[in-house]
Design a protein around this ligand. Structure first.
Ligand code: DQA
Length: 144
């Protein structure tokens, strides 16, 4: 096992900073990457941060996390959280622990966000703390 944490981000998260800031906050994905890098340095971990709007990329990257011996995956699958059995199955299919992360708290939002196929397969979930959700997930991953 390596000290690398994969941080995988799904659709529309490239728009963070300008996308519904009242829900998702003002931080961009680059800002969040910077916050994770800073904390990872203290924890002695490496961050491999990626974003894609395509479901299959998330599946491929989950497989890659295991193949490369990643310590853990922090996954914000965006809307695929609520729709993707393929992402669910990929999480189930690898031994690498996956932490589900959301900026917002989907349970306080529309009904269609209350189902999480990611959450059914993930080791745990952190949601509702804005950009801090990612750092909290990193703290958890550091203890695996
Ligand atoms: C999100 C919540 C999802 O419901 C939504 O589709 C997103 C972002 C979050 O981080 O709060 O794209 O995953």
């Amino acid at each position: 096992m390596t000290d690398t944490i994969f941080v995988l981000n799904g659709p529309n998260l490239n728009l963070l900073g300008t996308r519904e800031p009242e829900i998702y906050g003002a931080d961009t994905l680059d800002d969040i990457a910077g916050q994770l890098e800073d904390r990872a340095q203290v924890l002695g971990l490496e961050i491999d941060m990626r974003q894609s709007n395509h479901e299959g990329h998330l599946v491929d990257w989950l497989h890659e996390a295991q193949a490369r011996g990643a310590k853990a995956v922090i996954l914000n699958a965006g809307a695929f959280t609520h729709t993707s059995i393929a992402v669910h199955d990929a999480i189930k299919g690898i031994r690498t622990p996956v932490i589900e992360v959301h900026l917002s708290n989907p349970h306080t939002r529309e009904e269609f966000r209350h189902t999480s196929f990611v959450g059914r397969a993930a080791k745990g979930t952190i949601a509702g703390f804005g950009a801090l959700s990612y750092t909290l997930a990193l703290e958890a991953a550091a203890r695996f």
